[in-house]
Write a protein that binds this ligand. Structure first.
Ligand SMILES: [Zn+2]
Length: 185
């Protein structure tokens, strides 16, 4: 299971809409395993396929090491769809694709989400708190949306210098990446 490079801010893959998965092929199974490997290697808690450059609606989440969700089983969400949501709350977010940039983001407090699991069975899950937040952050990725897009223009502006650096590849992380600068060459 290889660790895949993570596409970073400025690459087009992060801005494109991922396509639904119609059947659980060997390719999708391998993608799921590689995504877990990649996420764990980068110490992430969630990863969407767009972030490894694959435009399919696949998300992996692992909150088992977090205080609030200790022991929660890792989740695979294929073709996820939010069917209801309730309340709002804010919390600081970051993203493996946007190194060193963090900001408070307002999201729904409780959601009901439908998806297919790793066995391609239909699942309906009610999630709250951090789990709901991570699911919503990752579903955004599948739609080409980044957490920065939820910020007020003035707030987003404060991150402009950092974002320019990311686009130029001027940052250091402990995991392999693809930068906009490399893709442009
Ligand atoms: Zn992200």
């Amino acid at each position: 299971m290889p660790v895949l490079p993570i596409y970073t801010y400025g690459t087009t893959q992060l801005r494109r809409k991922a396509q639904p998965v119609k059947e659980l092929t060997d390719e999708i199974i391998a993608l799921i395993m590689d995504m877990f490997e990649t996420m764990h290697h980068a110490n992430g808690i969630g990863l969407a396929a767009n972030q490894v450059g694959v435009l399919r609606r696949v998300i992996v989440i692992d909150l088992s090491e977090m205080e609030e969700t200790k022991g929660l089983k890792p989740l695979v969400l294929i073709n996820p769809l939010v069917v209801s949501d309730e309340g709002t709350w804010s919390m600081e977010e970051g993203c493996l694709s946007i190194p060193d940039v963090r900001h408070e983001v307002e999201r729904s407090e409780k959601i009901t989400v439908k998806f297919k699991n790793a066995d391609f069975r239909d699942v309906q899950l009610e999630a709250g708190g951090i789990l709901a937040r991570v699911i919503l952050h990752e579903i955004d990725h599948l739609n080409g949306i980044l957490f920065l897009d939820h910020l007020a223009a003035a707030d987003k502006k404060t991150h402009a210098p950092a974002l320019r650096k990311i686009q130029k590849g001027e940052f250091e992380v402990s995991y392999p990446v693809v930068t906009a600068a490399e893709v442009a060459v």
